[in-house]
Design a protein around this ligand. Structure first.
Ligand code: GZL
Length: 307
């Protein structure tokens, strides 16, 4: 629904080129920096003028950035919401200013879906299901309890909520799987290491770590080795993303399985932006293509990984 594109003549060079305001979460992980690179390079390739801001993982900074893009009368606003809630007011301001909004990477929980034109990103629940399915397979024989600790992503973010839900949906029916601790590591290595150290102190009998991204998994590996245990053997590790450093740890046997979450959303984002500015209809939801990696598959895939 909603009116056509913004009045581009008022906001961009007379040549009809498009100006996009992009509010990025921050630079918390390898995934995030790869995503930023994809957005910036794709804008250049698409001839779209990009105004880019890094919110240091703070919602108020994203809201400020979106307001500044409205003031500057950009043609289209795109952003990756750091958390799911609290966006309706600023999205209504963009709608009143007749500036279309595209969600990339993460979702918002606004009931009014007319506040944005489309949501481009992964199915995080499916990513959680894939992680759980590997665990079911890995422990299919045997009834001994399997003690799991979980490093959650940023509290309140769609990937943290959904990766937790998908994983729980798959393992919840099997009594032997026990999530003995679950806490946020905020998607960063440092926090992942810190929380894993606490988990190791409180629980001498951890069998599995499920980390919602590679970076927290890599921090946890440092904690596990610091505790004199062997990651990938004494404690099996499942992570999400498949960025280069995670894939290297997988190939080295320190991680056991990685569920890919592609950060390369730039090209699709720019295509969608051009359509949206022209007032063309676009799908309400565009789900990214992505796969999974075992240790063997990581060895084969590493040489050609872009990020
Ligand atoms: C997922 C993205 C998450 C990554 C993390 O699409 O929002 O945020 O999984 C990143 O690495 O910090």
């Amino acid at each position: 629904g909603g009116g056509g594109g913004a009045d581009t003549s008022a906001s961009s060079g007379g040549d009809g080129s498009i100006t996009m305001g992009f509010s990025q979460v921050g630079a918390e992980s390898g995934w995030r920096t790869a995503n930023t690179k994809s957005v910036q390079e794709s804008a250049k390739t698409a001839g779209i003028t990009l105004k880019f801001s890094d919110a240091q993982q703070k919602q108020e900074n994203q809201i400020k950035a979106i307001r500044s893009y409205i003031q500057q009368k950009v043609d289209v606003i795109a952003f990756s919401p750091v958390v799911e809630s609290g966006w309706d007011t600023v999205l209504k301001e963009a709608q009143n200013a007749k500036i279309p909004v595209i969600l990339t990477d993460r979702a918002v929980d606004s009931k009014d879906t007319s506040l944005y034109k489309t949501f481009l990103g992964s199915d995080f629940v499916e990513e959680g299901r894939k992680a759980g399915t590997w665990l079911l397979e890995e422990y299919k024989s045997g009834t001994d309890p399997v003690n799991i600790v979980e490093l959650q992503g940023t509290t309140g973010s769609a990937p943290a909520n959904d990766r937790k839900a998908g994983f729980q949906e798959v393992i919840g029916g099997e009594a032997k799987f026990k999530v003995i601790a679950s806490q946020t590591g905020d998607f960063t290595r440092a926090k992942g290491k810190e929380v894993m150290e606490a988990f190791l102190k409180a629980h001498p009998d951890i069998d599995v770590l499920y980390a919602h991204n590679d970076d927290m998994g890599l921090g946890a590996i440092e904690a596990i080795e610091g505790a004199g245990k062997v990651p990938g053997k004494d404690i099996k590790i499942i992570t999400v993303d498949a960025v280069k450093d995670g894939m290297q740890a997988l190939a080295d046997g320190k991680i056991n399985y990685i569920v890919e979450c592609s950060p390369l959303l730039g090209p699709q984002l720019m295509d969608l932006a051009k359509k949206v500015v022209k007032g063309e209809s676009v799908p309400a939801r565009v789900v990214t293509e992505e796969t999974t990696f075992t240790q063997e598959q990581a060895k084969a895939a590493l040489p050609q990984r872009q990020y």
